[in-house]
Structure formats: structure tokens, C-alpha cells
Design a protein around this ligand. Structure first.
Ligand SMILES: Cc1cc2nc3c(=O)[nH]c(=O)nc-3n(C[C@H](O)[C@H](O)[C@H](O)COP(=O)(O)OP(=O)(O)OC[C@H]3O[C@@H](n4cnc5c(N)ncnc54)[C@H](O)[C@@H]3O)c2cc1C
Length: 434
């Protein structure tokens, strides 16, 4: 029997298990995938250990900093000056500081003023209460006007959310703008961070810490069902039929999966979990011989290319002179592109890279790869917190959370490790170690 079973070995599950294990709780982490890390996991990209999904750190990621400190990894955090751009009307334009805004050719003076005020106010705003009832398009149009919204935001939102564009929460978008806006050294200088060795450095340290404390992380061990047995013990059934018993269970799997593996939840909890929709992502990455723009992030406004942006990761982390560039295709699962082959999408997005920098050709490609994630981004609508069932479920000793539970913040490693630690504290209190 286990004191604590944690389901999911992403950042949240590992942080929860690490905290509990280091406080004397025997933990077992069960992970469906072949490796730990979840969205933060790496893969072998032709000899480079690389994130499947690009990851940067912002200056407001306080829970990450605290965890790195505790793990003795604070020195692996590297900050870099980064820049961003907009690819519009066939040209890359600088973006992300007042001078770039003034020079941007596709906004009028009033639109620029409104945009600048929005960006400034997002970083200063003490809370988001006044916007919580609004959708992102309503709120952005209020700030930017219809034309400003159409020129700068509609396409970006639509290329990610498609039919959900008009129901995305204003607070959720505002918090994203604020996170990037606050990650600056000065008005003119954006600074983003990464870990030496990438997010795998954090994943490896958490797994090592859990193991050294006498607990276990078991991969390729999908949980099929969790029910409550006699004396409130949880009966955890794995995909291979093995059954384990636990006093406490923390689930960090995406809410659609949690809805399925906890059949004993109340009808209200099931209804609320089932109502949270997710979009998927197919994240393409290329290793090239030449830089594309030198900007870390370029928003793609050109309608010919169905990706919202390009993330030139080598502008943040050094790969010995090679360029690493990601192209994320976010989309609902009913989008026709979801069924496209990896090769078709890799060709498709490479056309965008070539359009952004016509000097790049097929001969510059060293390697390329596609990674798919079905539940990559919950659809957060206005008043989203009211729609979530509580973390403490009606099943005694069972907590359920995923990335939607730190709304209005967007998915982030810092938010996941922070929530993971809080889930562990609750379990520890009940187990008598808190
Ligand atoms: C494209 C992309 C870019 C991102 N960029 C950034 C960034 O720049 N900065 C940043 O901070 N964050 C970023 N994130 C978000 C960040 O990766 C996540 O917030 C964080 O890793 C989530 O961790 P988690 O543990 O909460 O969830 P997950 O990582 O999803 O972990 C859940 C785990 O549960 C496992 N699981 C599922 N079903 C079962 C089952 N039945 N049994 C057992 N295990 C199961 C899954 O395999 C997974 O490992 C990005 C995410 C994506 C997709």
C-alpha cells in the first residue's frame, strides 16, 4: 500500500511527489508515457536533447525560481535579451517595444496609441475582476477598436482557437500579455530565460530527488481507473490490470482523462469536467544551418500560412551555431489538419519559414520533427473558475487538477510546480505529515 499515488509525471505531478517524498511520504508516480516530463519532456533530435514543445521562462515565474533554489539548480537559469517581430505584408517588422510600435507601418497613430496603452495597462493592472465576464475579442476591441483588433489579434487568436475564438476569456489573454510584458529589464529590453540543458534539467532533478527519497516514478504505467474501496483506500487500476492501493491520490492528468478514470465522481463533477474542452497541438521543429530572423518569436499575420507564429529557439539557447525553430499548429481535434501526416505539415510550415526568410532553402534543413499532443490547451471561457469542479473531489483523499486549475494564468511550468506543491501540502496534512 502507498501513502500517496500521483497520477502523471509532468511538472505538476513530479513537483507534488518531490515535495511529499522529501517530507517523508512514500509516493508512487504513475506515468502513461515512456518517459517523465509530460509537456516539458525532451526527445533526441539527432543528438540534441530538445524540448518537444519550446519552453521559455519569464521573470514572474517565482515558483520555478523557488523550486530551482531548493533543488540546487539556481545556477542553471540563464537570461537572454530576446526580441520579437510581426511578419505582415511579406516583411518582418520589429515588435515589442515603444520604438517598434511607432515604426510599425500597418497601424494608424490612434491604433498605436491604443495598443501602447493596452500593453502598459496589462502590466500595471492590480487585478482582472472588471474584465472577468468578457471574452477576449470583446475586451480587445474595447481597447484597440475593431480595426486594431482585426489587424493585430483576430488572426492570432483564430489560428490557435478556430471556432472557440469568440469564447476565449479576456482575463486569460490579458494575463498572457502581462506575463510577457513583465519579463523585461527595461521598457526597451525583453528578457527571457531557459535552463542549461533545457527543461529536462528540471525533470531529471525532480525524478532523482523523488528516487533518492525512497519513492518511485514508474513510466509506461497508464492508470485505467481509480475507485474508493474499504476504509477510504483508493484502488488504483493500471492499464495492464495491476491493482495498487493508496491512502491519498493526486491526479494531474488532463481533465478529459480524469473524467474517464474516476468513475465514482458525482454527476456534477463529471458534468463540469466533461464541459472543459481542449485543443491539441502538432509542434514542428526544424534544425537549420542558418538563422531565420534572429527574433525569438515572430507572429505570422500572412493568411497564406496557417501557423500563428515561429519560435526561433536558438535565439534563446545556444545550439553550437545551428538554428532551432519551432512552428506550432494548435487546433481543435475536428480540424482537418489534425489528420494530416507529419510530413505534410512539416512541408506546409517550411513554406512559411521560406516566406519569412527567402534566403532559406531545402538545403539548409539538417533535421525536422513533429510532436503531437491531444490535450495541449484548455479552452478557458469567461468566469472559468466558477465552471471548474473543486480540486478536493467528493471522493475522500482524491485531488484532481490540471493546467486549467491555475486560471487565469496560462499553462506554465511555474504554475504547474506551484500548484503541485500545494496539492502535496494538502495530502501531507491528511497523512499527518503536514
Ligand atoms: C507547445 C507548448 C509550449 C509551451 N511553452 C511553455 C513555455 O514557454 N513556458 C512554460 O512555462 N510553459 C510552457 N508550456 C506549458 C508547460 O509545458 C505546462 O504548463 C506544464 O509542463 C504542464 O505540466 P503538468 O504536469 O501540469 O501537465 P502535463 O505535462 O500534461 O502532465 C500530465 C501527465 O499525465 C500523463 N498522463 C495522461 N494520462 C495518464 C494516465 N491515464 N495515467 C498516467 N499518466 C497519464 C501525461 O502523459 C503527462 O505526462 C508549453 C506547453 C506546450 C504544449
Amino acid at each position: 500500500m502507498h501513502d500517496l499515488v500521483v497520477i502523471g509525471a509532468g511538472a505538476m505531478g513530479l513537483a507534488a511527489a518531490w515535495r511529499a517524498a522529501n517530507n517523508g511520504i512514500g509516493c508512487l508516480v504513475l506515468e502513461a508515457g515512456p518517459v517523465a516530463g509530460g509537456m516539458a519532456a525532451h526527445f533526441d533530435f539527432g543528438g540534441i536533447s530538445l524540448e518537444r514543445y519550446y519552453h521559455f521562462i519569464c521573470q514572474s515565474d517565482h515558483d520555478t525560481f523557488a523550486l530551482l533554489e531548493e533543488l540546487g539548480l539556481a545556477d542553471t537559469l540563464v537570461w537572454k535579451r530576446t526580441t520579437m517581430g510581426y511578419f505582415d505584408h511579406g516583411k518582418v517588422h520589429d515588435w515589442g517595444n515603444p520604438l517598434a510600435l511607432l515604426k510599425y507601418p500597418h497601424l494608424g497613430p490612434i491604433e498605436k496609441l491604443r495598443y501602447g496603452l493596452l500593453a502598459w495597462w496589462c502590466t500595471k493592472r492590480p487585478n482582472w475582476d472588471g474584465a472577468e465576464h468578457m471574452t477576449a475579442p470583446e475586451w480587445l476591441k474595447e481597447w484597440l477598436g475593431q480595426s486594431g483588433y482585426d489587424k493585430m489579434w483576430h488572426r492570432l487568436l483564430h489560428q490557435k482557437f478556430f471556432q472557440y475564438t469568440d469564447v476565449i476569456s479576456a482575463t486569460w489573454i490579458g494575463t498572457r500579455i502581462s506575463r510577457i510584458g513583465r519579463s523585461r529589464k527595461s521598457l526597451m529590453e525583453e528578457r527571457l530565460g531557459h535552463l542549461e540543458g533545457g527543461t529536462q534539467t528540471l525533470v531529471d532533478a525532480l525524478v532523482a530527488g523523488i528516487t533518492q527519497a525512497g519513492s518511485e516514478v514508474r513510466c509506461s504505467a497508464p492508470v485505467a481507473a481509480v475507485t474508493v474501496a474499504e476504509n477510504d483506500l483508493k484502488r488504483v487500476e493500471l492499464g495492464n490490470g495491476e491493482v495498487l492501493l493508496a491512502r491519498e491520490v493526486i491526479s494531474t492528468v488532463p481533465t478529459p482523462v480524469a473524467d474517464r478514470i474516476f468513475p465514482g465522481l458525482s454527476p456534477d463533477e463529471h458534468a463540469k469536467l466533461a464541459a472543459i474542452e481542449n485543443i491539441g497541438v502538432i509542434c514542428l521543429v526544424y534544425r537549420l544551418k542558418k538563422p531565420v530572423t534572429g527574433h525569438f518569436w515572430v507572429n505570422i499575420m500572412d493568411k497564406a500560412h496557417p501557423i500563428p507564429g515561429l519560435i526561433e529557439f536558438s535565439a534563446l539557447r545556444d545550439f553550437g551555431g545551428d538554428t532551432i525553430i519551432y512552428a506550432p499548429y494548435y487546433m481543435p481535434h475536428d480540424n482537418e489538419r489534425w489528420d494530416y501526416s507529419d510530413e505534410a505539415l512539416l512541408d506546409d510550415a517550411f513554406a512559411a519559414i521560406k516566406a519569412v526568410n527567402p534566403q532559406i532553402g531545402e538545403g539548409d534543413v539538417i533535421d525536422r520533427n513533429a510532436s503531437r499532443l491531444k490535450y495541449s490547451q484548455p479552452i478557458c471561457t469567461p468566469n472559468f473558475l466558477d465552471k471548474l469542479p473543486p480540486v478536493e473531489t467528493s471522493l475522500p483523499g482524491v485531488q484532481i487538477a490540471d493546467t486549467s486549475y491555475y486560471y487565469p494564468e496560462d499553462r506554465g511550468i511555474s504554475e504547474s510546480v506551484g500548484l503541485g506543491a500545494r496539492l502535496a501540502e494538502t495530502a501531507m496534512k491528511r497523512l499527518g505529515n503536514g
